[in-house]
Design a protein around this ligand. Sequence first.
Ligand code: NAD
Ligand code: UDP
Length: 313
Amino acid sequence: MQNKKVLVTGGAGFIGSWLCEELLKQNYRVICVDNLYTGTKENITHLKKDKNFEFLLHDVIEPIKKDFGKLDYVFHLASPASVPDEQRDPIKTLLVNSAGTLNLLELARKNNARFLFTSTSEVYGSPAISPQPETYWGNVNPIGARSCYDEGKRFGEALGIAHVKMYSTDIRIARIFNTYGERNKKDDGRVIPNFINQALEGKPITIYGSGKQTRSLCYVSDLVKGLMYLMFSKNLAGEVINLGNPLEKTVLEIAKIIKKLTHSSSNLVFCPLPPDDPQRRCPDITKAKKMLGWQPEVSLEEGLKRTIEWYKT
Ligand code: NAD
Ligand code: UDP
């Protein structure tokens, strides 16, 4: 029997490249579609040797014309994800999550393939409740600095749910919370690459605002496992599930842990807080535990140690 065929958009990015690698390990045939907007060829060089791996350079805002034969699963990860990347061209960010999502939903429908959309904890905006369960509707500024990303993802979710209703397409939505690990681009402005590289280079560690705002950090291999469980478990059409690590830390605490693990003499410097920076972020993962039997396993210290080693190379 032929191996099942999986299309992964954004497969040359940070999370996407880990996902492609895991899918190949589990003997899926993988088609990675990416325009290398924020991803890199280096992220997938090691995968290109695998006969089950295929790469298509393509912007998913435009429909995919190439015929790959019958697709079984579509993971839609393509989207800038760091705050500077998403705001560089806000229209592109809105389009990849709206027009791009529609193109891929149509592709999934034509192929009778299962579809997973990678949404984000940003749909909760600056949450009024913590931890955030999937039932919380969020507190998002629709015209703020982050709205291109937040509203793009909210639209993508709504589009997915509309497809379930109209065409009974089997769609699952992952609300991913802050994820870190190897292959997260050094200079994409996210907190973990910034802090580790500043600490390793002995440069000041840039704390935005008071540093009292919180984030909950999930190591990438845990997250990818969650994505696979969500896609490959039965009877989850239309389900929206938080994936993240519920261990909540302030940004100041994160800086101090990284300083300690890197044995760095860097100072902490306080910089202005970017607009609409959420004050708290912590996933309620009760649903993921119950429906997927999933929870993160890699401790923050272990995940950071692995990530630090990668940034050293
Ligand atoms: P990333 O920037 O490393 O990867 C995104 C990939 O999408 C890149 O390879 C990029 O080139 C590709 N891409 C962007 N626009 C495209 C387009 N128009 N056509 C084709 N490819 C395009 O980011 P990531 O952290 O790996 O995020 C992957 C997905 O997970 C994103 O959808 C993001 O919104 C979501 N997510 C990530 C996090 C996180 O903490 N990393 C949190 C929440 C949600
Ligand atoms: N942050 C910081 N210094 C940095 C980068 C980020 O203090 O050099 C803070 C940022 O203000 C936010 C948190 O770290 O409160 C997480 O930022 P990131 O951009 O990684 O993710 P997001 O804000 O999208 O959760």
